[in-house]
Design a protein around this ligand. Structure first.
Ligand code: NAD
Length: 426
């Protein structure tokens, strides 16, 4: 019996609200603004390349376990692939595809000379010993080694991965090629060619774009009430910088629970608590997870996982400004509700681009083997984020569209122009 022809997209079976469908809906909103370039629009809807790898490792008790790993290169028109690696029990090909596509858009929106890529392993890293984690990271790196490289595709940290994981990835890749390739990953420890300022870069970018957005809607940061979902790298840094600017962090939610304090949580003490106990639970006043979304606030920062801002939450939030620290936290339907209700959304592809921007600085420093001071890095980061914000804000005003659609317009024009100029091979 004849079977229907399959293409890459038919290997995933997107569920409603899946991040890949969210991304496709975002692209469809942009195509009408792209004029002649829309001819190349299909390019944006298909990942260029997707690799699925088996990652077998020997556990400490002598048994062998297999994990599934992915690396997707969504688009390489403007430069090498760039995007993080996520270790999480819910990682799927479809999720990695969406995250890689958002990297294409993000890198182009900010003007970095990269395409978009992303990787991940479906695993709960909390269940592995340090040695098991190292073996898994090394085997995964070796498996995806056929498509990554300083000029091909440069991974970086994402959810549940950090500088140590990047060090193992860099070492494994280097061993396999018989040299030292510092530029193969970013987010490395400083002694291995990491950049100053990288750890806090994403949260700093959230702060910079939030500061710019707040200024435009006349919202004073001093005294502003902020709720933050996710208190990891991105959420905790953003909270710290906003608190330094005089804002009050009134509620925080992470995987362990939700806490609030009307007068503002002590961010430094909360960071110490999370470091000691692995989550925010047990600090301050506990509230139900659903109640987190109802806590009165001026600014909401989702900085955990995708799909958190649902239609129902969008209808009831009191925030005037939402800063997407996480990738893909808002469902398209919720986007419409927030727009109707006059909530300004600074989209992920702009808001959380600080991390990849300093990753770019790290890659450039590694190539030149000349390292910049932290002040220099933060000043350059501020400048790039403010420029990108102004450009996207201007596009949104000119075309009377949301900041998200404007960021996609700016980015898709750049990607498709590169596509058109390079031409179709062969
Ligand atoms: P992280 O692992 O440091 O922190 C993740 C946080 O999310 C933790 O506080 C965790 O408890 C919380 N969390 C997990 N599951 C949750 C749930 N079900 N409900 C509530 N909270 C939950 O990760 P991170 O690096 O801070 O990344 C957070 C988000 O920011 C992700 O969407 C990631 O893709 C995005 N991002 C990260 C970077 C970066 O440089 N780290 C850059 C751009 C975007």
């Amino acid at each position: 019996m004849a079977t229907a022809p399959r293409n890459l997209l038919s290997y995933v079976d997107p569920q409603p609200d899946s991040p890949w469908l969210t991304y496709l809906a975002q692209v469809d909103r942009v195509l009408p603004y792209l004029g002649e370039l829309a001819r190349w629009g299909e390019t944006l809807k298909r990942p260029k390349r997707a690799l699925i790898v088996d990652v077998p490792i020997e556990m400490d008790d002598g048994t062998v376990r297999h994990f599934e790993g992915f690396r997707v290169q969504h688009n390489l028109s403007r430069g090498p692939g760039k995007g993080g690696v996520r270790f999480h029990p819910q990682v799927t090909l479809e999720e990695v595809m969406a995250l890689s596509a958002w990297m294409t858009i993000k890198n182009a929106a900010v003007g970095l000379p990269y395409g978009g890529a992303k990787g991940g392993i479906r695993v709960d890293p909390g269940q592995l010993s340090r040695k098991e984690l190292e073996r898994m990271t090394r085997r995964y790196t070796s498996e995806i080694g056929i498509i990554i490289g300083p000029q091909q595709d440069i991974p970086a940290p994402d959810v549940n991965t950090n500088a140590q994981i990047m060090a193992w990835m860099m070492d494994t890749y280097s061993m396999n090629i018989g040299g030292t390739a510092t530029g193969v990953v970013t987010g490395k420890p400083i002694p291995l060619g990491g950049s100053l300022g990288r750890v806090k870069a994403t949260g700093r970018g959230v702060f910079v774009t939030g500061r710019e957005a707040a200024r435009r809607i006349g919202l004073e940061l001093a005294g502003a009430r902020i709720a933050v979902q996710g208190f990891g790298n991105v959420g905790s840094t953003a909270a710290e910088l906003f608190a330094e600017a005089g804002a009050k962090i009134v509620a925080v939610q992470d995987h362990s629970g939700s806490v609030m304090h009307e007068g503002g949580l002590d961010v430094a003490a909360l960071q110490l608590h999370v470091h000691a106990h692995g989550g925010v639970a047990g600090f301050g006043e506990a509230i139900a997870d659903d109640a987190f979304w109802q806590v009165p606030c001026d600014i909401l920062i989702p900085a955990a996982l995708e799909g958190q801002m649902t239609e129902a939450r969008a209808r009831t939030t009191t925030a005037k400004l939402m800063l997407e620290g996480a990738n893909g936290p808002t469902l398209p339907i919720a986007d419409d509700v927030l727009a109707e209700r006059g909530v300004l959304v600074v989209p992920d592809v702009l808001c959380n681009a600080g991390g990849v921007t300093v990753s770019y600085f790290e890659w450039v420093q590694d190539f030149s083997s000349f390292f910049w001071s932290e002040d220099e890095i933060n000043a350059r980061l501020d400048r790039i984020m403010v420029n990108a914000f102004e450009q996207i804000w201007g596009t949104a005003e000119r075309l009377r569209i949301s900041l998200r659609t404007a960021a996609f317009v700016v980015a898709c024009e750049r990607v498709l122009m590169a596509r058109a100029e390079r031409g179709l091979y062969p």
